[in-house]
Design a protein around this ligand. Structure first.
Ligand code: FES
Ligand SMILES: [Fe+2]
Length: 338
């Protein structure tokens, strides 16, 4: 066995994963694949997110083709009914008052929870914390969601790519990278359990600031970038414009679908758009172009695996965040594999 992290590594069952956006759940059951397994998910009339394996225990029919009846879920094939805990409460073929088999029970993940407008699932006891974007709870920010992207990729390599600071002038030369400095400033990484934060401030040419044209502010301005990582595949980048004001937050949540595919959930939180949907639409279009620049490369990797052996690749001081990513995922995988 290689010491790399593939999408279907069994260790990943012991972590929280993004299953879908909260708004995707209604009383009509839907199917979502995570770690090679299909789950049925729906929202109960009381507003609770309910998630089970998408397989009826009777003849393994997909429960996502069934329907909700109040709190309960009815299978489309023979009409068995399961309650909110997954226990079978009705088998029409047996008539009323029949004893129901004890094994007539749905299998659920260990944990289901919601955070910043997304549904997270832990297939087995999670070792990692639930991610949270604080700006999502701050009324000063407006939220915009990118369309969900499903692509051939490795979730670990995509997390690595989001944290990487040295690729901007190259991969992103068609969007924001052209004016970016090639040299990565010195920065420090602060680890806490299976999470870390990395921040640095630098000067950049703020060509979008109207205050420059008006002569109120200089072209060269200060910007603080803060990366927050939560294992295994939850990422946040906050960009604070220290002179012109305003904060842009990018959230990036990667769902390992199967061995070769990842779902990418990305959202923006901005406090500088005056509530304008049109400006948010432009920001989303720009971010889609940025993500596509990254995915063009990431989808072409021959080996879809994040190396966890720190000596396998060549690292420099510009790679501190991505080395920390490997350390954390290495520790996590060793602990979870037992
Ligand atoms: S397969 Fe679901 S009730 Fe028979
Ligand atoms: Fe990138």
């Amino acid at each position: 066995m290689t010491d790399g992290l593939r999408n279907l590594d069994p260790a990943l069952r012991h972590a929280w994963h993004s299953l879908c956006r909260a708004g995707e759940l209604t009383i009509a059951p839907r199917s979502f694949t995570l770690l090679g397994e299909r789950y049925v998910a729906y929202r109960s009339p009381e507003g609770e997110a309910r998630v089970f394996l998408d397989r009826c225990p009777h003849r393994f029919a997909p429960l996502s083709l069934g329907s909700c009846e109040g709190e309960n879920l009815r299978c489309v094939y023979h009409g068995w009914v399961f309650d909110a805990d997954g226990d079978c409460v009705e088998i029409p073929a047996l008539g009323e008052d029949a004893a129901l088999p004890a094994r007539a029970k749905l299998t659920g993940p260990d944990g289901v929870t919601e955070s910043h407008g997304m549904v997270f699932v832990a297939p087995e006891t999670p070792l990692t914390p639930v991610p949270r974007i604080d700006s999502a709870y701050d009324p000063a920010f407006q939220q915009g969601d990118l369309p969900v992207i499903e692509t051939r990729a490795n979730a670990g390599l995509l997390a690595d790519n989001f944290l990487d600071m040295a690729h901007f002038p190259f991969i992103h030369s068609g969007t924001f990278g052209a004016g970016e400095a090639r040299e990565v400033p010195n920065y420090s990484v602060t680890r806490e359990g299976y999470t870390f934060t990395a921040a640095y401030e630098h000067e950049f040419a703020n060509r979008e600031d109207p205050g420059v044209e008006e002569g109120i502010r200089p072209l060269l301005q200060r910007r603080r970038l803060t990366y927050r990582y939560t294992a295994p595949f939850h990422l946040e980048l906050a960009i604070e414009f220290l002179d012109s004001g305003g904060t842009n937050v990018i959230g990036f949540f990667l769902t390992p679908v199967d061995d070769e595919n990842v779902r990418v959930y990305s959202s923006l939180w901005r406090d500088d758009l005056d509530g304008s949907e049109e400006r948010m639409g432009d920001a989303i279009d720009f971010e889609i172009a940025v993500v596509n620049e990254d995915l063009q490369l990431q989808s072409r990797y021959e080996v879809l695996e994040l190396p966890l052996d720190i000596t396998a690749e060549v690292h420099t001081r510009a790679d501190k965040t991505t080395v920390e990513l490997r350390r954390i995922l290495g520790e996590f995988a060793r602990t979870a594999r037992g």
